[in-house]
Ligand binder design. Structure first.
Ligand code: GLA
Length: 391
């Protein structure tokens, strides 16, 4: 992690070295870790993310040749150049699809401006379920808003970034990650109702109570543009359809999910998926109530752990490495632990007394060694600021 000033200077210098001119500014957007509320966002439910201190930065300048030029300090290959008229889903391939998707969403304004050069730098761990992609999209969206003087609110930029991910990259995600990257505030968790988009900043100062939010990257990478994530989304839509609601959020009696279990194997599966979503919404509300009431945050630990069990057993998106992190962290004294993000890999978080963090990390590392896994990357997440201009 770099301070904003250091990050801005590094991006400016690199932009100058690569493109022979100063950028018009540098913007940063953070990764996120979701405290609770997983796979609820595309069901119209509740989420409670915090922004990470890790950010993705975008140094940006307009051009005059009608092109998008993309470079990255994390990619040794030279810059990618695409005429704005050629931008289409999946073009360019790889990481460039994320910023290109944002540019495509704002194509008219970027074209009128003559094109744009974007140099990316960042330290959000990639493929770790910590929303490096949303951080990249949001840094670029905010940069373009400012450079092109567009009349767009932060929530509009959330939609621009989300459409870039859905339509250009092809990952059918909800609005959790982009909302966290754009809207989170330092020292707070963002309580968001994804149905009406109402948001509340809930104070979340764990350090004051001697606690830490430990993030452990399983090292198992995932890709939401394919496979399981989209399957879960379709299952939720089918469960909602069979229950006669538009969104699973509207099911307020968890007993109703049993109506889905019609004796068929598919019905059983849909009932489990729906049960996760419905119970997860109640877990978000329970955690928010506890934090709002000033209760000891240790009391939310069991709710987090229950969230993991639900993702593992009902939603079936955990993997052995994530289960190992959760079980080991709890055995080593964590108050609660769960996998985070879209699943099938990525990271887990554990709510741990600050003076037990080292012991928990040691336990998980030893467990990984016995399972012939590489030592996990770990850090403690301090709730940090959302997207911002840094130079
Ligand atoms: C991914 C998606 C989000 C959300 C989470 C699961 O991070 O991008 O929209 O669905 O998974 O909560």
């Amino acid at each position: 992690m770099r301070s904003d000033d250091h990050a801005a200077a590094r991006a400016r210098d690199a932009f100058l070295a690569r493109f022979g001119a100063e950028p018009e500014g540098v913007w940063a957007a953070p990764g996120r870790v979701n405290v609770i509320g997983e796979h609820t966002d595309y069901n119209g439910g509740f989420v409670l993310p915090v922004a990470l201190p890790h950010t993705t930065r975008a140094a940006v300048a307009r051009r005059r040749d009608g092109r998008l030029v993309l470079g990255s300090l994390q990619d040794a290959a030279g810059p990618v150049e695409v005429p704005l008229t050629d931008l289409a889903p999946g073009v360019p391939p790889g990481w460039g699809a994320y910023p290109a998707g944002v540019v495509a969403e704002l194509r008219e304004a970027v074209t009128a401006a003559g094109g744009v050069t974007v140099l990316v730098d960042g330290d959000v761990p990639l493929g770790a379920g910590l929303s490096s992609s949303a951080a990249l999209e949001c840094a670029v969206a905010l940069a373009l808003r400012d450079v092109l003087e567009l009349d767009l609110a932060a929530t509009d930029l959330v939609d621009v970034a989300r459409r870039a991910e859905n339509d250009h990259v092809g990952a059918p995600t909800g609005i959790l990650d982009q909302s966290a990257a754009m809207l989170c505030r330092e020292g707070h968790a963002l309580f968001l109702d994804t149905r009406d988009r109402s948001a509340e900043q809930v104070p979340f100062d764990l350090a004051a109570t001697g606690l830490a939010l430990l993030v452990v990257d399983s090292g198992v990478t995932h890709d939401h543009a394919e496979g399981g994530y989209g399957d879960r989304r379709r299952e939720c839509e089918e469960a909602a359809r069979r229950l006669g609601v538009r969104l699973l959020r509207e099911v307020d009696d968890v007993g109703r999910v049993d109506e889905l279990a019609d004796g068929s194997a598919e019905g059983q599966v849909l009932a489990r998926r729906a049960r996760h979503v419905v119970t997860e919404d109640t877990r978000v509300l329970a955690v928010v109530d506890a934090l709002r009431s000033g209760a000891d945050p240790r009391s939310i630990g069991p709710v987090l752990t229950a969230g993991h069990a639900s993702l593992r057993d009902d939603f079936e998106i955990s993997v052995p490495a994530l289960d190992a992190i959760v079980d080991t962290a709890l055995a080593a004294g964590a108050h609660g632990a769960r996998m985070v993000g879209g699943g099938f890999g990525g990271s887990a978080l554990a709510l741990v007394d600050a003076d037990r963090v080292d012991a928990v990390v040691t336990s998980v590392t030893e467990r990984f060694a016995t399972e012939h896994r590489d030592p996990p990357r770990t850090f403690t997440a301090v709730p940090s600021a959302g997207a911002r201009r840094i130079a």
